[in-house]
Design a protein around this ligand. Structure first.
Ligand SMILES: O=C(O)C(=O)C[C@]1(C(=O)O)C=C[C@@H](O)C=C1
Length: 105
């Protein structure tokens, strides 16, 4: 069996470190958005805020461009993450509405 090329090994170690950092960053982001979801539900704000999303997309596309990352990919990635966040927000709002109904009964 052939040995893995040392340069390929080195690059893969770097990729593994970057992937680990991405997972940790995403976990922190979702912790923050979980709190946003609870706050929004408690003050009756809708799960999605399209105006905020537009500003985020414009900002991230600019950052991606400056960093040499495809802005189209950056926008798709942000939209993918935000869609999941909105789904979480909807679940939180549903649970809060259910417990408010139970408290009234
Ligand atoms: O900033 C908010 O209002 C959020 O709910 C967070 C967030 C995001 O994940 O960045 C998610 C949904 C909104 O449509 C906009 C932004």
């Amino acid at each position: 069996m052939s040995e893995t090329h040392p340069e390929l090994l080195r690059l893969r170690q770097s990729i593994d470190n970057i992937d680990a950092a991405l997972i940790h960053l995403l976990a922190e982001r979702f912790k923050a958005t979980q709190s946003v979801g609870m706050l929004k539900a408690s003050i009756d704000l809708p799960p999605a805020d399209p105006a905020r999303e537009e500003r985020q997309i414009a900002r991230l596309r600019g950052l991606a461009h400056d960093a040499g990352l495809d802005p189209v990919f950056a926008e798709k990635f942000l939209n993918f993450v935000i869609a999941e966040v909105i789904h979480h927000h909807e679940q939180i709002a549903g649970r809060q509405a259910d417990s408010a109904e139970d408290a009234d009964a």
